[in-house]
Design a protein around this ligand. Structure first.
Ligand code: THU
Length: 162
C-alpha cells in the first residue's frame, strides 16, 4: 500500500469588483434570482444560473414539495431546462447562490452530492470544462476550473464500458 491524494485548487475572491464584468453580471443574476425559488419548507432558496457558450443565460431554482423527497435542487432544475431547451449548447460558466431565512448568507454554497454527480454528467457531454462560481448573497466567491473538481473520482460513463 502507498498513500495517494487528490489536490483541488480553486480561487477565492473577497470582492466581486475584482472579477470580470461578465462574472459580476452572472453573480448578480444568481443572487437576485434566489428569492424566486419555491422553498417554503426549508426556507433555503437556491438559484443556479448558467452562462451558455452563446452568451445566453438559463437558470433553475429549487422546487420543494410537502412530500419532502420529491423536492428538486436548483442545479438539477437548471440542467433539465438546458437539456430540454438547448441540448447542444455547452455551459461556459455556472454560478450558484442562495438566500436563507435562517442562516447567514455570506458563505459560498456547497452543492449537494447528487447535483455534483449531475453536473459532472452534463460536463462530460461536451469537450469543455464548466467553470463554476459559488457564492452567497454577499461575501466571497469561490471559483473552480471545472465542476469535476468538486467530485474527485467521479463515476462516469467510461466506468460502464471498455
Ligand atoms: N438545495 C439546492 O437547491 N441546491 C444545493 O446546492 C443545496 C440544497 C436545496 C434543496 C432544498 O430545497 C433546500 O436547498 C435545502 O436543502
Amino acid at each position: 500500500m502507498h498513500s495517494a491524494s487528490f489536490h483541488i485548487a480553486y480561487n477565492k475572491s473577497a470582492d466581486i469588483k475584482e472579477m470580470s464584468k461578465e462574472d459580476q453580471d452572472l453573480i448578480h443574476r444568481a443572487r437576485s434570482l434566489a428569492p424566486d425559488a419555491y422553498a417554503p419548507y426549508s426556507g433555503f432558496h437556491v438559484a443556479s444560473v448558467a452562462l451558455m457558450k452563446d452568451g445566453s443565460y438559463i437558470h433553475g431554482t429549487n422546487q420543494e414539495n410537502a412530500s419532502y423527497p420529491i423536492g428538486l435542487c436548483a442545479e438539477r432544475v437548471m440542467l433539465a431546462a438546458i437539456s430540454s431547451i438547448a441540448p447542444q449548447l455547452p455551459i461556459k460558466t455556472l454560478c450558484i447562490s442562495y438566500l436563507s431565512e435562517k442562516v447567514p448568507t455570506d458563505i459560498p454554497i456547497a452543492p449537494c452530492g447528487i447535483c455534483r454527480q449531475s453536473l459532472v454528467e452534463f460536463e462530460s457531454r461536451f469537450s469543455d470544462p464548466i467553470r463554476l462560481l459559488l457564492t452567497g448573497q454577499t461575501g466571497e466567491v469561490y471559483e473552480f476550473r471545472s465542476v469535476t473538481d468538486l467530485l474527485p473520482m467521479a463515476f462516469k460513463k467510461n466506468n460502464l464500458k471498455k
